[in-house]
Design a protein around this ligand. Structure first.
Ligand SMILES: *[C@@H]1O[C@H](CO)[C@@H](O)[C@H](O)[C@H]1NC(C)=O
Ligand SMILES: *[C@@H]1O[C@H](CO)[C@@H](O)[C@H](O)[C@H]1NC(C)=O
Ligand SMILES: *[C@@H]1O[C@H](CO)[C@@H](O)[C@H](O)[C@H]1NC(C)=O
Length: 368
């Protein structure tokens, strides 16, 4: 009897073992059969994507060869189109929102100083001219670093020696500087991919290197902007009256809408779609129409409300020196435009649809 029971146990044990081995083999075989082709498709997709990206890169590189010789400080004026378009948007409510803490901005901008280097296309300027432009640039940075609502300035730079200029020339508030090394002149997508990775839920400002932040920035309720997906894309103040002395105090906003938007204020609730940003905005920020394409993308693809309360938020174009980038004729301004970017599909109509008229009310104002 005892022998029978033992035999039964051995048989059951053996049965379970066989079952386990069979299940293991089955799972293994199935995994082989099912997932291997899937992996093959997946890697083929990746390879195809890499090939496409490579091809795109080669085409872009060819199309925008002129880029490297142009500096970011001398932003080519954004396209000016005479034809009116339907860019009028509903006037904003002057909202009375709850008091929130004063905004602290994380500014993204470029560090571009000559530092005794003569860039291609600048050969006709004297060393004195270039030094004057550097002073202007450093003055801009200094003023922005002293702005009481600026918490950090993320400075995108290419050349290490530019950083040493900061150490030598700038003394106040250097702890606010966060240097960010880039390998080529800034692209529009860089601002937004960087903000998506590093500045989610922070009040962010993306702007050109020669823009001084002026009045009004302390009054914005950036939390409400975040919750309602609002971006301010601001037109700059500049010397309208060329006969008066060039300084920030004499700079004004023109009475008619002018397309140059140099400062963009936003607060991301979540990271943006990087694929979409790269598909649409991977071009140098000084291209013709650069800001138009950016505004269009935010309005129509990312579904932001883009506003331009430039009458109550001042930003100054600190450029009095005579140093400007290489002549536009030389590089064929008609080709150095978002309209000629391969695969991005920008049209003149998109540029027209991107206009944001000046507003004189600060929507999303904090209660004081
Ligand atoms: C410098 O000036 C010379 C003579 O006027 C001109 O031919 C040349 O195109 C200028 N170079 C640049 C980069 O503007
Ligand atoms: C991101 O954008 C791409 C291109 O427009 C789109 O195909 C993709 O579905 C988007 N991804 C998400 C998560 O929305
Ligand atoms: C541009 O248009 C082509 C052809 O219609 C399309 O395949 C491509 O996805 C578009 N690219 C973008 C970035 O919208």
């Amino acid at each position: 009897m005892a022998t029978l029971v033992a035999l039964k146990r051995v048989l059951i044990g053996f049965g379970i073992l066989v079952l386990c081995i069979w299940m293991y083999i089955d799972i293994f075989i199935h995994r082989e059969c099912e997932s291997s082709p899937r992996e093959r498709v997946f890697s083929a997709n990746i390879e195809r994507r890499i090939l496409t990206i490579r091809k795109k890169a080669i085409i872009s590189a060819k199309k925008v060869e002129a880029i490297e010789s142009i500096t970011q400080n001398d932003v080519i004026e954004t396209m000016v189109l005479t034809k009116e378009s339907n860019f009028i948007i509903k006037p904003p409510p002057e909202s009375t929102t709850a008091k929130v803490s004063a905004p602290e901005y994380y500014v993204m901008t470029m560090l571009t100083v000559f530092n005794d280097r003569v860039w291609p296309g600048y050969e006709n300027f004297t060393a004195g001219d270039l030094a004057e432009r550097d002073n202007e640039y450093l003055d801009t940075l200094d003023r922005n670093l002293k702005h009481k609502n600026v918490k950090e300035i993320h400075l995108f730079y290419i050349y290490e020696d530019a950083l040493s200029v900061l150490g030598r020339r700038m003394h106040a508030n250097l702890h606010k500087v966060v240097p960010v090394k880039i390998e080529r002149p800034m692209h529009m997508s860089d601002f937004f991919i960087y903000a998506s990775r590093k500045l989610v839920n922070k009040a962010a400002i993306a702007m050109n290197g020669d823009i001084v932040l002026g009045e009004g920035f302390d009054k914005i309720n950036t939390e409400k902007m975040r919750d309602e997906k609002v971006m301010y894309s601001l037109s700059r103040y500049y010397m309208l009256d060329k006969t008066s002395q060039c300084n920030l105090a004499n700079m004004k906003l023109p009475s008619d809408y002018m397309v140059s938007h140099d400062t963009h204020v936003f607060r991301l609730a979540e990271p943006l779609n990087e694929t979409l940003i790269l598909d649409k905005l991977n071009y140098p920020i000084n291209m013709w129409g650069a800001e138009n394409a950016m505004i269009w993308t935010f309005k129509f693809l990312l579904k932001f409300t883009v506003r331009n309360p430039a009458k109550v938020l001042a930003t100054y174009h600190n450029h009095c020196s005579k140093v400007h980038g290489p002549s536009k004729e030389g590089i064929d301004e008609h080709k150095y435009s978002i309209l000629y970017l391969p695969n991005a599909n920008w049209t003149k109509q998109d540029v027209l649809d991107s206009k944001i008229a000046f507003e004189d009310k600060l929507s999303y104002r904090m209660l004081s």
